[in-house]
Ligand binder design. Structure first.
Ligand SMILES: [Fe+2]
Length: 279
């Protein structure tokens, strides 16, 4: 699919499969827990009600924003699957405290991570971040996928390398999936949506943008660092749709470049998958 025949992009609550979004302030003005329900016509019945915990963009170094809140929140979650959207590291010095967070990521279907641009930068000289992720007890999905099975049904969980640096390879991540199998795609940055839409993948979870970090009333994000021209500010946070693909862009929990956020609280997310069409 070339630039000229990209599917129409929709932004916000009119993305059909995102049925409800509930917000609870965990640390008022600083951290929100969003619970969203995604109604997915092709989701196998066995996965109806699946709860996915999603955290992304922690950006830990010696500095670890909202660390205590995160440790408590993940430890208290009751989810079926944990997904981590990358940019855990701002520097290798973050590892000790990242381990404290990841210790709480317990779920029967496992805990998976994809690399972000900062993870790839921090571990460039040591062959990439996968070993560091494994030390944290997370299974890295770097342009690979695997089958998750539950109550006699299955879905394909695919993860890519970082789309913000064009390192994603969806063909590779989908290798081994069955024709027509439901695919849940985890990827660091929203740029992947056009490739996902070209393959009619139903749901993508990503981060990278931090919601723009600085948002103004009535305007939204002033800037967001996506690779895709003209889409950055609109893809900075929340629901985005293209063709048959719905994507949730988390604001993540950390920051980079600017050491603060303005009207853009950090986000942790629970995604509840529902089998069936939009309401
Ligand atoms: Fe990033």
């Amino acid at each position: 699919m070339g630039l000229s025949d990209r599917p129409r992009v929709t932004y916000g609550r009119d993305v059909a499969c995102i049925a409800t979004v509930e917000r609870i302030a965990l640390a008022p003005g600083q951290l929100e827990h969003l619970t969203l329900e995604a109604r997915l016509p092709t989701l196998p019945q066995a996965f109806d009600g699946l709860r996915v915990g999603f955290v992304t963009d922690l950006h830990y170094s010696l500095r670890a924003p909202l660390h205590r809140h995160l440790v408590t929140w993940v430890a208290e979650r009751d989810v079926d699957l944990w997904l981590v959207g990358g940019d855990l590291y701002e520097s290798a010095q973050g590892e000790g405290r990242l381990a404290e967070v990841c210790e709480g990521l317990s779920a029967p279907l496992g805990r998976y991570v994809v690399p972000g641009n900062n993870d790839n930068r921090v571990f460039r000289a040591s062959g990439g971040p996968s070993h560091a992720f494994e030390r944290l007890g997370l299974m890295p999905l770097v342009n690979v996928g695997l089958r998750l099975e539950r109550e006699g049904g299955s879905i394909w969980l695919a993860g890519t390398d970082d789309p913000s640096r064009a390192r994603d390879d969806l063909d590779s991540a989908l290798r081994g999936s069955r024709e027509g199998e439901f695919v849940l795609l985890l990827s660091h940055a929203p740029d992947v949506i056009f490739r996902a839409a070209a393959r009619a993948l139903p749901l993508v979870l990503c981060g990278h943008t931090h919601g723009g970090q600085v948002r103004l009333p009535g305007i939204g994000a002033l800037w967001a660092g996506t690779r895709t021209r003209g889409c950055g500010r609109k893809m900075a946070a929340g629901a985005v749709g293209a063709g048959e693909t719905a994507m949730w862009v988390s604001r993540g929990t950390g920051d980079s470049l600017l050491p603060f956020r303005f009207l853009c609280p950090a986000e942790v997310t629970t995604v509840i998958l529902r089998s069936g069409g939009p309401r």
